[in-house]
Structure formats: structure tokens, C-alpha cells
Design a protein around this ligand. Sequence first.
Ligand SMILES: [Zn+2]
Length: 115
Amino acid sequence: MRWILTVRYEFDASHFLPNFEGPCRNLHGHRWTVELEVEVKELDKSGVGIDFGILKKELESLGLDHTHLNDILPYPPSAENVARYIYQRIKEKGYKVISVRVWETPKYAAKYVED
Ligand SMILES: [Zn+2]
């Protein structure tokens, strides 16, 4: 028995992709939307796996809002790598992360999973 909880979180940040052939090569910003999926196998006596508010605070605590992502990520901050970065940081906190999907625009997203 298991549940998968999803929390959506938005933040504003700038980035550029130095080696990209296209407009994302230049400095610009996005309102990034993150969808974090975490697995739980037990519920507390109130029927809750993990308080959604705690997961939201964990995402906020990564400190990505109003930053320049090139200064934070150790690799080029594409949507793919922003998803990987968030996945690994939340996993380090002890959560069983299933996936992290990052929307760079309303139409374009990258989802990171590990086998
Ligand atoms: Zn971009």
C-alpha cells in the first residue's frame, strides 16, 4: 500500500544556457512551476502521509525564488537540470521522491526520475 503526494510550487528566476543554439542562450527569466511527487507508505492517525504544507516549505527552503539559476546549479540550468537539482535536494532531506517535473513555460516541461 502506498500513496503518491503531489505538490505544485512556483518560483521566479532567471537563467541562460551558454551553449544552446537559440533564444535561451541569452539572459531571461521564467515563472517556473514545479510538481514534486513523493511516496508515502503510512498515514498518521489523521489520515495524512506528509502534510502538504511541509512539502511546500521544503521546496521554498531550497531558496530558488528570485535567484539567477546559473549561480546556484552546478550544471547548465535547463528545465531538465532544474528538475534534477530539485529532485536530489529533496531526496537528500530524506523523502522518497518519485519525480520532479519542471515547467519552464505553460507548454514546455521536463520530468526527472531515477531508476
Ligand atoms: Zn529559459
